[in-house]
Write a protein that binds this ligand. Structure first.
Ligand SMILES: Cc1ncc(COP(=O)(O)O)c(C=O)c1O
Length: 432
């Protein structure tokens, strides 16, 4: 068997998968907080209408417009699934087979382009000229800058300052794509100026950056705010990952026993896992699901399942989520994309029903970067720091199963590559 399992272009899925009708109970609806203006009305003014419609859609299959399918093919979809033969050999695995899905082959380096091109397409159709957003690790901002450029739109990005300051090459790529990029808290918005005036050294957070992006969209004509994770429609766009992976496992006549992904807000994990979870819920397959997190933001591991805001400034409606509290301060880590206070409502509900399990790794990230080095030196691909959490968890589970002599097929999602994170690798692995 070749290590690379490809799908021909004509096998690219024609529909996204919407898990809402298959969930074990209806998803708790968004709620208005007791005080202040209507958050739902605010979102309907600042977000893409088609995405808001998809947020509530009850059909299991949502057709992917032909133009978006063309963009998917343009950016290299379907992406291959790999059997990790070299890593298996390196780990001495006899009974466990490891696979990984290659979202790192995306043009900007992560799975985030899957929803970015869809959102840019719908914004363009609705006559918008500018996309605004927040970014943490920088992967989402780069993906949206890329999608905006492909569809001739402007892009304004609020980037968490602590990351903006050190990811200089990624900042250059965003600007090269024509985006306007601001360190958040910025001087462009009221909330940014307020946070900054209290503490000019504030390192920023995803929650503050979201608030800035929303405020910018609200106060600028023909601008819409785009979100790269958490919401139902984002996870649905990402389902393309899992739908392809199901077909690829059929080609090699394997059935995964465990799907592993890293989880910040839940979009890459949901993307690979939800199509499989749907089949589990319909009684068509057995499989387990493990989300790999950081102890800097262990929302599924240590959070509470309750209604909370998605941003610091409380612009969003309340969603029922596993949350650490929307005002929590999280310590910086290199896998910044995992630093978010809450998990997506869909993933939270599945966690509540014990269908999704989670593990969180220490903030020194030593074990994570060692897993990344192991992956690079065996498989030859450099993963993003975030994706290395999935590799760590996949390897740990493989070794556990091997030790007790259980046959197991494990699939890890490689959500992004690490070529723009070299500074983190240098620092964490002491390379000079
Ligand atoms: C490469 C990569 N993986 C994972 C994540 C985590 O986000 P999510 O949980 O939405 O997949 C990010 C976020 O920026 C990322 O850049």
């Amino acid at each position: 068997m070749n290590s690379q399992i490809t799908l021909p272009v004509n096998e690219l899925p024609k529909n996204w998968y919407n898990i809402l009708p298959d969930l074990p109970e209806p998803l708790p609806p968004p709620k208005e907080p007791e005080t202040g203006p209507s958050r739902m009305e605010f979102l309907s003014r600042t977000m893409i209408k088609e995405c808001l419609r998809q947020e509530m859609a009850n059909e299991r299959w949502i057709p992917i417009p032909e133009e978006i399918r063309e963009l998917y093919v343009h950016m290299g979809r379907p992406r291959p699934l790999y059997r990790a033969k070299r890593l298996e050999r390196r780990l001495g695995l006899k009974r466990v087979r490891l696979y990984y899905k290659r979202e790192d082959l995306s043009p900007t380096g992560s799975h985030k382009t899957n929803t970015a091109v869809a959102q840019a397409y719908y914004a363009m159709k609705e006559g918008k000229t500018t996309l605004t957003t927040e970014t943490g690790a920088g992967q989402w901002g780069t993906a949206l800058a890329y999608a905006a450029r492909l569809l001739d739109l402007e892009c304004v990005i609020f980037w968490v300052k602590s990351v903006y300051d050190w990811k200089i090459d990624r900042r250059t790529l965003m600007k090269l794509l024509g985006a306007k990029v601001y360190a958040s808290p910025s001087q462009q918005t009221e909330i940014g100026r307020e946070v900054f005036s209290k503490n000019p050294e504030h390192p920023g957070s995803l929650g503050i950056a979201i608030s800035e992006g929303l405020e910018y969209a609200e106060t600028h004509r023909d601008s819409v705010y785009c979100l790269g994770s958490v919401l139902n429609h984002v996870l649905m766009h990402q389902s393309i990952i899992g739908l392809e992976t199901i077909k690829q496992f059929e080609i090699v006549d394997e059935k995964p026993d465990l799907i592993v992904g890293c989880l910040g807000g839940g979009s890459n994990f949901g993307g690979i896992a939800l199509p499989f979870i749907g089949e589990v819920l319909q009684g068509k397959r057995e499989c387990e699901f493990l989300a790999a997190q950081s102890l800097a933001a262990p929302n599924l591991v240590k959070g509470e399942y309750r209604y909370d805001f998605c941003d610091v400034a409380e612009h969003t409606p309340l969603l029922k989520i596993y949350t650490l509290g929307h005002k929590i301060e999280m310590p910086p880590i290199k896998a910044d994309g995992l630093r978010y206070h809450a998990a997506a409502p869909i993933i939270s509900l599945l966690r509540h029903h014990n269908i999704v399990k989670a593990v969180a790794y220490p903030t020194d990230e030593r074990a994570i970067f060692e897993a990344a080095r192991l992956f690079l030196q065996s498989e030859g691909w450099l993963p993003a720091p975030e994706s290395s959490y999935a590799i760590r968890a996949g390897v740990d589970e493989a070794l556990k199963a091997e030790k007790v002599g259980v046959e197991k097929v494990i699939c890890m999602n490689i959500s992004g590559h690490g070529f723009l994170d070299i500074a983190a690798y240098k620092e964490k692995l002491g390379i000079n």
